[in-house]
Write a protein that binds this ligand. Sequence first.
Ligand code: FES
Length: 150
Amino acid sequence: MAAGDTPQTPTAIGSRRNFLNMALGTLTAIFSVSLLGPLFRFLWPRGDKSGGEGRIGIPAEEMLVGQSRIVLLRGEPVLVIRDNNMVVALSAVCTHLGCLVKYQGGGVVLCPCHAAAFDLSGNVTGGPAPRPLPSYPVKIEGNQIVIGRT
Ligand code: FES
């Protein structure tokens, strides 16, 4: 002990130790609770975000020939393309590093990140994408374009 230091009583040391133990316990509890949210979301993922049984309908008059749009189907972005009297639905997530792809017209789907290119079947036609884009079933019901399983 250096000169001028006040001696600490056992009570003061015990009190400081209690405070540190309580602070450490509180931080451990906060850290544990912060891990529970992602764990629960992993174990029990949220239900269908699109409603229904994993299908989504788009009024046909809202998608003219040559147009495309991205919709969410079960929380997954899906690129719906209406081109030359056919409608296709492909995953909008590039199989390279996960950027959202866009329809360029002329049957070409491009990824803006590293220029992967896909055809309307989802097949890779250029760039670094290692796999095709998964496709979704599409049909016309009345005046609705229905994407997803029935
Ligand atoms: S993320 Fe699409 S080409 Fe890289």
